[in-house]
Design a protein around this ligand. Sequence first.
Ligand code: IPM
Ligand code: MG
Length: 362
Amino acid sequence: MTAKIAILAGDGIGPEIITATLDVIECLQQEFGFSAELEHAPIGGAGYDDCGQPLPEQTLSLCQQADAILFGAIGGPQYDSLERDLRPEKGLLRLRSSLSLFSNLRPAILYPQLANASSLKTELVAGLDLMIVRELTGGIYFGEPRGIRTLDNGERQGFNTLVYAEHEIERIARSAFDIARLRNRRLCSVDKANVLEVSELWREVVVQVAADYPDVELSHLYVDNASMQLVRAPKQFDVMVTSNLFGDILSDTAAMLTGSIGMLPSASLDVNAKGMYEPVHGSAPDIAGKNLANPLATILSLAMLLRYSLGEQELAECIEVAVGKVLDQGLRTADIAAGADSIGTTQMGAAVVAAIRATANR
Ligand code: IPM
Ligand code: MG
C-alpha cells in the first residue's frame, strides 16, 4: 500500500527540519521499499504569504485526504501584528479542530547520551520516559463565548470559556488508558477539581472509564502539584492525561526536563489513529535559515507517524535506533552540544540516513 503523507513545512526552521526528514523518507524508500506519496502544502505564515490564510483551503483538503501529516513549525515575528484570525497559530488550531485530532501524545524521553543536558540533577532524570496525553480540540482553547468586550463603565474585559462535555473527557481518557496499557500501566490524571466544576466532571468521567481498565493504576493530581512533582521527581510518572491548557503548560515543562526540546516528537490523533506529527519545539525564527536547527525531533516524529498511523513498527524502530547511534557517535547540533563542537541540520540529517543505511546493508 502506498501511504499518502501531507508535508506541511511551515515557517522559520520548519523547511530545514522537514528537508532533513524527507531525506530519511527517501532512504526508507530506497533501502526498505517503503512506499509513500508525498504532497506539500503551505501552512501558518507560509499559508498567509501564499494564499492570505494560515490554513488555505487546499491545504486542509490535502490533509483530509492524507493518511498522515508531517508538520514542521509555524510562526514568526513578521506575523505577530496580523489580526488574530490570520496569525499562523490559527492555522494549526484550525487543522487540529477540523481533523478532530483530539489526542495529543507528547513523550518526554531523556536519551542516556544526553543526561547532562538537563537542568535537573542527572539522578533525578536519568532514564526518564514519560508520556503526556493532552486533550487537543476542546477546553478553553475552543470554548465559546470568547472575546474582548466593553463593559458599561467603558472598561474592556477579556473572556474565554472552559468547557468539556462528557464524551470529550471519555475519549481522551480511553486514549490515555490504552497508551498506559502499552507502557507501564500507570496513569495520572491532572485537573483542578478543588476549584473548577469542569475538573470535577473530568475526574468523575475518568474514574468511570477506569472501570474498563482494572489493570491500569489510576491516580489524580491537581495541576499545581503536578507541575511541582514534574520538577521534583519526574520519574514517578508513566502516563499523564490532562486538558488542553494544562497539557500545553505541563508538556513544555516535561520537554525541558530532558534538556533538549529539540529532541522531542509528538503525535495528534483522531479516533481512527489518523494523525498529524510534529516536533514539540517551535519555529525558532532566530536561527531559521542558518543550518543550526536540530532535525531529530522531526525525524522522530516521522518514526511516530510510521508507528501510529501506518503500522510500520519496524521502520519506526529503525529510525529510533539510528538516532541513538548518531548520539553514540557523539554527533550533536548546537542545542544539545552543551558548548562542545556541533554539526548543522543537514549534517545531522545525513548522519541519521547513514546510520539507517548501515543497518539496512548489514
Ligand atoms: C503547542 C503550541 C500551540 C498550543 C500554539 C502554537 C498554538 O504552544 O503546540 O503546544 O498552544 O497548542
Ligand atoms: Mg505549547
